[in-house]
Ligand binder design. Structure first.
Ligand SMILES: C[S@@+](CC[C@H](N)C(=O)[O-])C[C@H]1O[C@@H](n2cnc3c(N)ncnc32)[C@H](O)[C@@H]1O
Length: 259
């Protein structure tokens, strides 16, 4: 039974970090005239309304992307800023792209995309906006294991679980180990929460031990509500593309100074 719905959290500070990293990587990868595969294990609904009841209930987008754009945290030519501007032009100023629509902004006609989403309502909403991709209403890890190595082999896989199943923290390093063996050139980007009880740390230790050259990007911020356990956002990237480490360092400074 899945209860997590990203509409309550879309555009929060964790999304800002994750989506800035994703957009930067895809911007770089799609500059080369070579086809790309884009895969997501946990896609969500693709398009969110920041004036919807869910977003207004938590106020997380207000403290996240709405504050960041009002205060000019991202330069106008930042890849996330460009993708966001495009989605706002098409869907209104309070629309916010999830990772599938950020990817859609960069992918070209010859590129390939596979998106998995298990929640029936989220899958239904995704199917309305993700005509560019092959959609899988199935477990995202099973989809990734079935599709990898993808064709073309040059590509990026985003793993963005909700971690509502606590076993995800053990599942992730095992799944990434299997994927890395089958797809040694693949860029694998994993999002994880930074939690007050450090529940994420054993997963990160296992990942860094198995893949010491991977990029670990972390930003800190105040909890969304008093007592809320998430106090930061992490992106762990295997085979990071050129420029991503510099963007990670820039984001760490930005969040330290402004979040
Ligand atoms: C954090 S949200 C995804 C947000 C999205 N990646 C973005 O950045 O816009 C996680 C999503 O994973 C879905 N989900 C949970 N377990 C899943 C599974 N085993 N396979 C595929 N999707 C799953 C949830 O329904 C939810 O929509």
């Amino acid at each position: 039974m899945l209860s997590y719905q990203h509409a309550y959290h879309a555009g929060n500070l964790a999304d800002l970090h994750k989506h800035a990293m994703l957009a930067t990587a895809l911007d770089y990868l799609t500059r080369k005239d070579k086809p790309l595969s884009y895969l997501e294990t946990h896609a969500g609904r693709g398009l969110y309304r920041l004036d919807g009841a869910e977003a207004r209930k938590t106020g997380e987008a207000q403290a996240g992307i709405l504050r960041a754009t009002a205060q000019g945290w991202l330069p106008d030519d930042h890849p996330l800023h460009r993708a966001l501007a495009c989605v706002r032009r098409a869907h209104g100023p309070l629309a916010y792209p999830g990772s599938p629509l950020i990817a859609a902004h960069f992918l070209r006609p010859g590129d390939t995309a596979h998106l998995a989403e298990l929640h029936p309502a989220e899958y239904q909403a995704l199917s309305q906006v993700a005509g560019f991709a092959t959609l899988h209403r199935s477990d995202g890890f099973a989809m990734a294991q079935a599709v990898c190595p993808p064709t073309p082999r040059r590509g990026l896989l985003l793993i963005d679980p909700s971690y509502e199943v606590k076993a995800d923290y053990q599942t992730v390093p095992r799944q990434i180990g299997l994927l890395a063996r089958k797809w040694n050139v693949g860029i694998v980007a994993l999002w994880y929460p930074i939690l007050t009880d450090n529940r994420h740390e054993p997963m990160l230790r296992a990942l860094m031990q198995a893949h010491p050259d991977a990029l670990r990007s972390e930003v800190g911020f105040a909890p969304a509500r008093p007592g809320h356990a998430m106090i930061g956002s992490g992106m762990w990237v295997l085979n990071p593309p050129f420029g991503l480490a510099a963007e990670a360092a820039r984001l760490t400074r930005l969040f330290r100074d402004r979040a």
